[in-house]
Ligand binder design. Structure first.
Ligand code: PA5
Length: 445
C-alpha cells in the first residue's frame, strides 16, 4: 500500500482545496475507469494488471528462461517508453551495478536509447566473445534510434551464429500487425511479443515491453503484476481518503495552481534513479502540452543535497518536492565503533544506516518546508517486485488523473514529432527534400 502524506503541503495551500477539487477528480476518474475521456483509445493500461494476455505472459517467461540458459548477455534495444520502465525496475530491484554482480542471470545492456557512437562501440566491445540475445522493442517499429542500433546487433548475431541461429536469439516486441519491425520479424521468423494498440509507450512497462527484460534479470513478474493489480483495485475507489492517486494528483494540481512550476521527485536510494527517469517521461510527455504542465525533475538524496540542495533551500520558490520513502532496508549495516574516534563519529556507533538516513530525511524535510518548498511524502513500503508493481500503477493512474485535471490529453505526444521530422529532413530521407532545403538555409544564416 502506498501512503501519501500531504501534511507538509497544507501550509502552502487553501484549507478546502480537496473538497473544492473533488468533483473534477471524480470526472477525471470516470474518464479513466470508463475510457471516455480525451485519448481514451490509449487507456488499455488501466485494466491491464488484471486483464492481460495470459498466453503471451507464459511465453514471456519461457523466452526469459531460454535467454537465461543460452545467453550471457541480453541486448535490449529501445527508447523512451520502450526502454525506461525496464531499466527502472531492473536497477531498482537488482541494483544499478546489476551487470557487475555475481549472478546466474545474463548481463543486460540497454542500447538504441540515443545516437551515441561511443556508447554503441562500447556495447559491441563488451559483447566480444559473449553469447548473447537481442530484445528489440519499438511499438511503431520505425523509431530511428532503435532501428539503427538493431542493424548493428542483428548483423553481429548473424555473423556470430549464422542467419538461422541468430533469428532464434532475436525477440521483437512491437505492434501486433504493422510497422517495419513487425515485417522484419515475420520475414525472418523472430519470436514476437505485442505492444497492445491501446497502451502507449510510456504506459507500457507492464506489457512485454518491460516484462521480458525484467524477467530475464530474474525478477518475479507475477509479483510485479500482483502489486499492480492490488493498486488497480485501490485506484477504483472514488474517494480522496483511500485512493492515493487521487491525493497525489489533487495536491500536485493545487500546487501548480498556487504557482509552483517544477516538481522534483526525490528518493534516498541511488537504485531509484531510472525509476525517476521513467516517471519524468510519464509526467513530462503526458502533461507538457498546450503551454501547460509541471516540469518534472528528479534528485538523488543525500548525494544531491550537496549539489542541488542549495537551490532547493534558497533558490526561486517555484518548486515542490515529492519524496519517495522506502521501508526498512534488508541490511542494517550498523556503524562500527572505533577506539580512537579520530573522526568523532562514535556517537553513531551501532546505529544502522537506515536510522542515519531517516534522520537525514526528516532534517531535510523540515529544512526544505521551512525554506518554502512544499513536500509530498510517499511511503511506499519495502523495495520488492510487489511494491514496485504498486508504485508503477499508482504513478500511471495519478498521471492520467493529472492530465485530465489539467484539461489536456494525457495519452498523446504531438510535440515529439518536431525533432524527428527535422532530423529526417537533415539526414536526407526521401520525401523530405523541400524541408531539407529550408532547414539548411536556416542553419546557415
Ligand atoms: O511514450 C512514447 O510514446 C514514446 O516515448 C515512445 O515510447 C518512444 O518514442 C519509442 O517509440 P517506439 O516504441 O514506437 O519506438
Amino acid at each position: 500500500m502506498i501512503h501519501i502524506d500531504l501534511s507538509n503541503t497544507r501550509q502552502f495551500l487553501q484549507a478546502n482545496y480537496i473538497s473544492a477539487r473533488s468533483s473534477r477528480l471524480k470526472v477525471a476518474h470516470e474518464h479513466l475507469q470508463k475510457g471516455n475521456g480525451a485519448g481514451s483509445d490509449f487507456t488499455g493500461w488501466v485494466h491491464l494488471p488484471t486483464d492481460y494476455d495470459r498466453e503471451e505472459f507464459a511465453r514471456i517467461k519461457k523466452a526469459a528462461t531460454k535467454i537465461q540458459s543460452d545467453s550471457q548477455a541480453l541486448v535490449v534495444i529501445g527508447i523512451g517508453g520502450s526502454y525506461l520502465g525496464a531499466r527502472g525496475v531492473i536497477e531498482c530491484l537488482c541494483s544499478p551495478n546489476y551487470n557487475l554482480k555475481k549472478k546466474n542471470t545474463p548481463n543486460i545492456y540497454f542500447i538504441g536509447n540515443g545516437l551515441s557512437s561511443e556508447q554503441l562501440s562500447e556495447t559491441i566491445e563488451l559483447l566480444d566473445g559473449v553469447d548473447f540475445s537481442v530484445n528489440v522493442i519499438s511499438k511503431s517499429g520505425t523509431t530511428t534510434e532503435p532501428a539503427v542500433a538493431f542493424r548493428f546487433f542483428r548483423r553481429m548475431l548473424e555473423e556470430k551464429y549464422g542467419k538461422n541461429e541468430a533469428a532464434k536469439r532475436i525477440y521483437a516486441t512491437t505492434d501486433r500487425e504493422k510497422g517495419a519491425l513487425k515485417s522484419l520479424a515475420n520475414e525472418n521468423g523472430y519470436e514476437t511479443f505485442v505492444v497492445p494498440d491501446d497502451v502507449g509507450g510510456r504506459y507500457s512497462v507492464l506489457t512485454a515491453v518491460g516484462l521480458l527484460p525484467i524477467a530475464v534479470a530474474g525478477i518475479d513478474i507475477d509479483e510485479l503484476m500482483n502489486g499492480a493489480a492490488a493498486m488497480q483495485k485501490t485506484c477504483t475507489v472514488d474517494d480522496m481518503a483511500s485512493n492515493p492517486a487521487w491525493r497525489y494528483a489533487a495536491a500536485r494540481y493545487e500546487l501548480y495552481h498556487s504557482g509552483k512550476r517544477i516538481e522534483i521527485l526525490a528518493a534516498y536510494e541511488p537504485s531509484f534513479r531510472f525509476m525517476a527517469e521513467w516517471w519524468k517521461q510519464l509526467y513530462g510527455e503526458s502533461e507538457g502540452k498546450e503551454n501547460k504542465g509541471l516540469f518534472p525533475a528528479s534528485v538523488e538524496f543525500t548525494a544531491d543535497l550537496h549539489s542541488m540542495g542549495q537551490y532547493i533551500q534558497q533558490g526561486e520558490r517555484h518548486i515542490f518536492e515529492s519524496v519517495v520513502r522506502f521501508g526498512a532496508s534488508k541490511d542494517e549495516n550498523p556503524v562500527p565503533y572505533d577506539e580512537v574516534n579520530g573522526d568523532g563519529l562514535n556517537f553513531l556507533a551501532g546505529k544502522s544506516m537506515d536510522f542515519i538516513a531517516t534522520q537525514a530525511m526528516d532534517g531535510t524535510l523540515l529544512a526544505h518546508v521551512e525554506g518554502g518548498v512544499p513536500n509530498i511524502i510517499m511511503r511506499v513500503g519495502q523495495k520488492n517486485a510487489f511494491t514496485l508493481g504498486e508504485m508503477i500503477y499508482f504513478f500511471e493512474y495519478a498521471c492520467g488523473l493529472s492530465g485530465y485535471l489539467l484539461d489536456v490529453n494525457p495519452f498523446d505526444q504531438p510535440g515529439v514529432e518536431a525533432y524527428k521530422t527535422n532530423m529526417f529532413a537533415l539526414l536526407g530521407k526521401p520525401g523530405y527534400e523541400e524541408m531539407r532545403a529550408e532547414l539548411l538555409k536556416k542553419l546557415n544564416t
